[in-house]
Design a protein around this ligand. Sequence first.
Ligand SMILES: Nc1ncnc2c1ncn2[C@@H]1O[C@H](COP(=O)(O)OP(=O)(O)OP(=O)(O)O)[C@@H](O)[C@H]1O
Ligand SMILES: [Mg+2]
Length: 165
Amino acid sequence: MTGGPASSRRIGGLADSHGVVTTLAERVTRSPEETIAFGLELAAHLRPPCLVLLEGELGSGKTTLAKGIVAGLGAAGEDEVTSPSFTLVHEYGSTGKVYHADLYRIEEPRDLAALGLEDLVDQATTVLVEWGEKLGDNAPIPCVRIRMEHRGSDDRRILVERVEA
Ligand SMILES: Nc1ncnc2c1ncn2[C@@H]1O[C@H](COP(=O)(O)OP(=O)(O)OP(=O)(O)O)[C@@H](O)[C@H]1O
Ligand SMILES: [Mg+2]
């Protein structure tokens, strides 16, 4: 079987039972620098409290995009942002905190409460979650969902969606 039916089923399931999905932006970048620049642009549209799920296969550019978003939010320099895959969560900034989590090592879909991450999403924070797809149907709403796709060589397609009740 190809990837098509499986991915459309997942998209359909989320749209049906988990709110209304609106496309906010779509971009193809051709270098890590372009992805960081797109993250800087996106940050201007994020208003806390905001949960951002970063989805896509290994090496698709989730951490690279997070560098731009964190920098754009003014919470840290892009070079200070590193993958939290071993630590589960990194914290950046003082006022206007940004938490950057990575669920790669999570084996079964769980919700943010079970992961101890629920309290991170409050009035003043932006929470970026790599491998957000691991939340499955437990993904909180509203959220911004960013799907990253490795298109070969340095091309990455980035789809940004808002998911609302
Ligand atoms: N257009 C591009 N956008 C982002 N990264 C790119 C692009 N072209 C090449 N790359 C390279 O692809 C890799 C992306 O790695 P990154 O850690 O951001 O991915 P990831 O999705 O976070 O991976 P993981 O699933 O391991 O957390 C980097 O080595 C980066 O230099
Ligand atoms: Mg990563």
